[in-house]
Design a protein around this ligand. Sequence first.
Ligand code: ADP
Ligand code: MG
Length: 360
Amino acid sequence: MNEFEFIRRLRDQVRSRKTSSRLIEGIGDDATVISQVAGRDAVISTDLLVEGVDFYREATPPRLLGHKALAVSLSDIAAMGARPLWSLVSIGLPSGMWNQSFTDEFFGGYLALADQYRVTLAGGDVSETKDGIVIDSIVVGEVATGAAIARSGAHAGDQIYVTGTLGGAAAGLKLIEMGARLSQESGVRSKESGPRVLTSGLAHDDHKPSETAAIESLLLRQLCPSPRIGWGIVLGEERLASAMIDISDGLSSDLAHLCRESSVGALIQSDALPLDQNVVKLCGRRALDPLALALHGGEDFELLFTVRSEKVERLPKRVDGIETSRIGEITNESKVIRIAEKNHIWDLQPQGFQHFKGQV
Ligand code: ADP
Ligand code: MG
């Protein structure tokens, strides 16, 4: 399969789906053309995924890699309160990996997630790398003019919320580093049909079935994240959030980003944090600390947002089955983040993920 055959195949795959009526030129021309609509702002996000840094090839089935490449950019669009509409994806592959089975699997996972949110793949690029896989994932969305939710809008007294649960994706990464793997078929099966997990690389191989299920769920939190698109759209359309960010680096770091941009501080209640119950279940035997992972572990792709007190009662209980938890309050002590634990209050230092950490 040469580059042009690949592009033709991909174009046919995308054309056979229901595509956006506003896409004037998609895959196949020199550039993508989209018709604009009055009263809307375009919201655009790009993410780079580099093998060995952002994912491990040997632990990531190509189908899930395709899913994750799109999911991380969809999460950024959700974090702006916008609706995702179109996407572009560029992939660099070493020549040994350029084969139909890899690209079919990768785009199978990518397009299945795109279909779920009616996002149309509208372009991209391919190239050869000397070593390792590189993926650039772009999503274009829209929001009513002026309604994008920035990191900078939080005020003292706003309540702090987070969707879903925290710590699962980071626990999944630790399990991968300890040797846990999803089985072959889980890469091709959908999430719902119940993937199998191989945990033979882990210590204590005598794990119970309930433990295997918990490990499976955590591996999928890491390898197959669910962007909170529904929540993003509701918060944006109803103008419920004053500031928002998605949790990609870890709560302690992402809350620090939001507070810095808003020139505010925060007080978090430790016992209000929605700990991932699978981490709680495994913590004794796998040396996973649920609270530390919830505070500092990255890649949960939950939404962290602030709400003015007078709007709190308008918040829906759940969207797409996902609940939110109120975890604290914004304070006027600029950039000071504290956490209350029983009768103590501690400073919470950002300890989440950073590229180029320690470089000058
Ligand atoms: P050019 O050489 O002018 O950059 P290409 O031959 O790379 O054009 O791309 C031709 C068409 O195929 C473009 O419309 C481009 O958007 C699309 N395309 C190429 N690679 C991908 C990809 N990985 N995903 C989606 N569309 C792609
Ligand atoms: Mg090109």
